[in-house]
Write a new protein. Sequence first.
Length: 169
Amino acid sequence: MRQVLLLNATYEPLTTLSLHRAVVLLLREKADVVHHDGHGAVLRSATCTFDVPSVIRLRRYVRIPYRTRIPLTRAALMRRDNFRCAYCGQRAETIDHVIPRSKGGPHTWENCVASCMPCNHHKADKLLEELGWTLHVTPAAPRGVHWRLIGAQFDGDPQWAPYLARPAA
């Protein structure tokens, strides 16, 4: 399903929507098209024809409470680590706690990394020092405007880059 980036009236990114929902907002005159689809796709009905939107903006400002920390989810963690194992660099399928929870490690961004199955099973509940392993990168909580998107289906459409680079209001 094609996704459309939704911007607030102040051009700050809010979420991604399905194309169907975006068209409903446009037809009900609650949003305006900011950027059309780069492939030239067109939607047609019996009474009107218009270009498929890639980015839309709400006509009225919607107040969104500021989130101080991005919620830790499996999908967000995998996206942060680019689906790569923090230990060997192979494709990651699981998450691992650097300091195992059995040894008092917290379930936080700073203690969780993406891991491949073999590394996760080999590490088990051991500390990195016990195995002589090192992390390729230091785990940290993600920051930036694109992490504040409410929708979980942010796919990083290159056409959205100029709108995600704007500073948040």
